[in-house]
Design a protein around this ligand. Structure first.
Ligand code: AGP
Length: 331
């Protein structure tokens, strides 16, 4: 069966979420470092970058100044970090060249350094001053799914420490399991009918949109671009005729999503909207996700399934993406 490794990891991700959320003590040393910092930088590549972007919104919403940067940019730029900055490098493999190099650069500039990785004993683990190891277990698939789930769940916990009266996280694993049973056939048809995809999101769902585009390109080999929701109206809408657009209408202003959807429909795009269960939108397909912001994880499960099922529909093996490997090494 094609995509066997990805399919297994996508399913296992819900138990991984439970495992991560029930081991709160493991994230405490990283929480102490966050508490001591003036600002937190998350660094990573690919899915690990988008995970950090989701994390930056979760921390910022909890009152902690935080931002995410591509490790590949940070590595070559003049990053504004000092002794009061905590740099948290994310990498499931712990071996991605740019991420290790970026962490080392931050350390040389005096920043405190930490890693979130699924691989104890990896180069990143060895070079960081402190490491949180995600409890995802070995992930064979090139497509990172359960390792992303674990890292995002850990970031929920991290943010939760700084939030008064935060939401109950105990149901997140169950919401993820529900996401595994949602019928996605209509959405899969809409997004595989074309080879161009945009994914639009705002706040933490900008990171989810980024992950959707990464996963979709990797699994289906289609062109996929993530955008901050309204950015589509500043240029890309001009060539959206015949493209498929995922819209994560899960945070912020409903009027904005309605406006964007009307524009996209007029422009000739197929639209798939991820929406709260109690809201409706005019679109080609809608997928009810639920509330509140912790829907980022169930939404990620839906995204992983869409990429996987889309690839299978197209007869492309999501476990064998061309030009990709489990970790990327560059000079
Ligand atoms: C994810 O599905 C991809 N395989 C890719 O974007 C990956 O996340 C990226 O190469 C970073 O890998 P890392 O987490 O091992 O550093």
């Amino acid at each position: 069966m094609i995509g066997e490794q990805s399919n297994a990891a996508i399913s296992e991700g819900c138990d991984v979420v439970d495992r991560t959320l029930s081991a709160r003590a493991a994230i405490e040393p990283l929480g102490d470092a966050v508490a001591a910092a003036r600002e937190v930088f998350f660094l990573g590549c690919g899915s690990s970058y988008w995970t950090g972007e989701i994390g930056s919104y979760l921390l910022a919403a909890a009152g902690v100044p935080a931002r995410a940067e591509y490790a590949s940019e940070f590595r070559h730029a003049d990053p504004p970090v000092d002794e009061e900055t905590l740099v948290v490098a994310l990498s499931q493999s712990g071996e991605t060249t740019e991420t290790v190099a970026a962490l080392e650069r931050a350390g040389r500039r005096g920043a405190e350094t930490a890693a979130i990785t699924n691989t104890a004993g990896s180069t990143l683990d060895e070079r960081a001053e402190r490491t949180y190891v995600t409890p995802a277990g070995r992930e064979e698939a090139v497509m990172a799914t359960k390792t992303v789930d674990a890292a995002v769940a850990a970031l929920y916990l991290l943010a939760d420490r700084f939030r008064d009266g935060g939401p109950d996280l105990s149901a997140v694993g169950e919401r993820c399991r529900e996401a595994l049973t949602v019928d996605l056939s209509g959405a899969v048809s809409a997004i595989t009918a074309t080879d161009r995809l945009y994914a639009l999101g705002t706040g933490p769902f900008h990171g989810v949109a980024g992950e959707a585009a990464t996963k979709f390109a990797e699994a289906t080999r289609h062109h996929a671009t993530p955008l901050s929701t309204l950015e589509i109206t500043h240029g890309p809408i001009a060539n959206s005729d015949g493209s498929a657009v995922l819209v994560f209408a899960l945070t912020g202003d409903r009027a904005v999503y309605r406006h964007v959807l009307e524009r996209l429909t007029d422009a000739g795009a197929e639209t798939v909207v991820f929406r709260p269960a109690d809201e409706s939108y005019a679109a080609t397909e809608t997928i009810a996700v639920g509330r509140p912001v912790e829907t980022a994880l169930p939404a990620l499960k839906l995204v992983q399934r869409l990429a996987y099922e889309g690839a299978v529909e197209l007869g492309r093996d999501p476990d064998d993406p061309p030009e990709l490997s489990k970790h990327v090494e560059v000079p």
